[in-house]
Design a protein around this ligand. Structure first.
Ligand code: DCP
Length: 135
């Protein structure tokens, strides 16, 4: 993987919730909810990058699972990929986001209907909702 890839975490809990993070910047995305993550650095695998980013952003250690099927190409040309993950150590805190929230399927749908999800991340909602509803 390379610096042209962004990896995000679909952090799922045993009780059917996913961890969303509210962006603080840039202005056009501030206030919208996303799957936390960031750019893959040269030499890193997707999983390495996700573990590093979620440690930096949320202060947690995660175990990485499989990827969501949908990949999104950003306007900038970056490719955005999501991996499922579970927290194995720590309690998440918003180190770089405005806030974080564990949301169930109902709350996720409501945020989406309110236009509060980062547009790129909306592509993952069908897969995420299916995951949440089978837990
Ligand atoms: N992105 C997205 N959805 C996510 C995560 C990221 O659409 N769940 C997009 C937003 C940016 C790009 O991917 O266009 C990089 O995301 P970052 O949060 O890493 O953006 P930064 O501005 O923080 O980049 P940098 O690491 O350079 O500060």
């Amino acid at each position: 993987m390379s610096a042209t890839t962004v990896v995000a975490g679909a952090i799922l809990s045993d009780d059917g919730r996913i961890l969303l993070a509210q962006r603080a910047y840039p202005p056009e995305l501030a206030g919208l909810w996303e799957l936390p993550g960031g750019k893959v650095e040269p030499g890193e695998t997707l999983a390495d990058a996700l573990v590093r980013e979620l440690c930096e952003e949320l202060n947690v250690r995660v175990e990485v699972g499989d990827r969501l099927a949908v990949a999104v190409t950003l306007e900038s040309g970056l490719e955005l990929i999501a991996l499922r993950a579970t927290i194995v150590d720590g309690t998440p805190t918003a180190a770089e986001h405005r806030m974080i929230e564990w949301v169930d399927a109902e709350r996720l749908r409501a945020l989406d209907q309110a236009g509060a999800v980062v547009p790129n991340d909306r592509e993952w909602l069908p897969e995420i909702l299916a995951d949440l509803l089978e837990r």
